[in-house]
Ligand binder design. Structure first.
Ligand SMILES: [Mg+2]
Length: 286
């Protein structure tokens, strides 16, 4: 399976002898809610523009179905939001029936947390923190001089996230910042994320699959913006939803395992699941 960034196994080190013997059991100790005993699908969805995109009736239907499938579908939210923002979202969408997922990949891959408690996993975070150490101090002065960024980072959990004015941001200045051991990712013409080099939604997902000893053939990812491209580049089965941003659509010819859905948001996810042969799991969809 092709990998993105530095590749499989890069993020999460070999750990202790006990962790090496039974990584899944060790990881499970950090989770409040149990993972499915027999996983039939690992569904990894972006939030804004993807899982959250759709009419209220369609979202109720999708969320209700996801809630009823927790015993066999391992659900992962993979988002640019930080954990505080995910907590607010879960509280707001609960009225529509959205259940917390089993796991959250937040901060564009820089955070992994239990979906039920939103407690970060130290196993996943330590190597990312090691890569991030000292980077913010180096790049903050450079970012302060860059026109088109909001004055303060929106989030600073092992990354720096800014709202941007795409007309004023001079992207030709980003490589000088990346020379300091970071990746600069512009997505949706709205956000700039400054991430530890090589860390993204794709690299963190691959680390997670390894720890949980999950078969990559059971995984489907879904997303709509350029911060989802790294998931699609892993070579895992992926769904680019119908409302994807133009920059992501332009990348499609280089993504042989990515299905371009016609449906927007949640409808696109369901269309993609049928495409990849998981239609039998949708039988209970009201
Ligand atoms: Mg999105």
């Amino acid at each position: 399976m092709p990998t993105c960034g530095p590749g499989r196994g890069f993020l999460w080190g070999p750990g202790t002898e006990e962790q090496r013997r039974a990584p899944r059991a060790h990881f499970q100790q950090h989770l409040k809610a149990p993972l499915p005993a027999a996983t039939e699908l690992v569904l990894v969805t972006d939030l804004d523009g993807t899982l959250l995109e759709g009419t209220v009736p369609n979202r109720r239907r999708l969320y209700g179905w996801l809630g009823s499938q927790r015993h066999r579908i391992l659900q992962v939210f993979s988002t640019g939001r930080d954990l505080r923002s995910v907590a607010r979202l879960l509280a707001a969408e609960a009225s529509l029936g959205l259940h917390p997922p089993h796991l959250v990949i937040g901060d564009v891959g820089c955070t992994v947390a239990c979906g039920a408690s939103l407690t970060p996993s130290p196993l996943a975070l330590e190597p990312i923190e090691a890569l991030w150490r000292g980077r913010a101090a180096r790049v903050l002065p450079l970012l302060a001089g860059l026109p088109g960024l909001s004055a303060e980072p929106l989030s600073s959990d092992r990354r720096l996230a800014y709202a941007i004015d795409p007309r004023r941001l001079d992207r030709s200045r980003l490589p000088a910042i990346e020379a300091h051991g970071v990746d600069c990712l512009v997505s949706g013409d709205k956000y700039l994320d400054v991430l530890p080099a090589g860390v993204n939604k794709g690299s963190t997902l691959l680390g997670l699959l390894e720890w949980l000893e999950l078969d990559p053939a059971l995984v489907v990812t879904a997303g709509d913006s350029l911060n989802d491209l790294a998931m699609f580049e892993t070579g895992l089965q992926s769904v680019m939803v119908g409302n994807a941003e133009p920059g992501l659509v332009r990348a499609l010819p280089g993504l042989p395992r990515t299905y371009r859905a016609r449906g927007h948001g949640g409808a696109g996810i369901l269309e993609g699941l049928r495409h990849f042969g998981f239609g039998h799991l949708l039988a209970g969809l009201a």
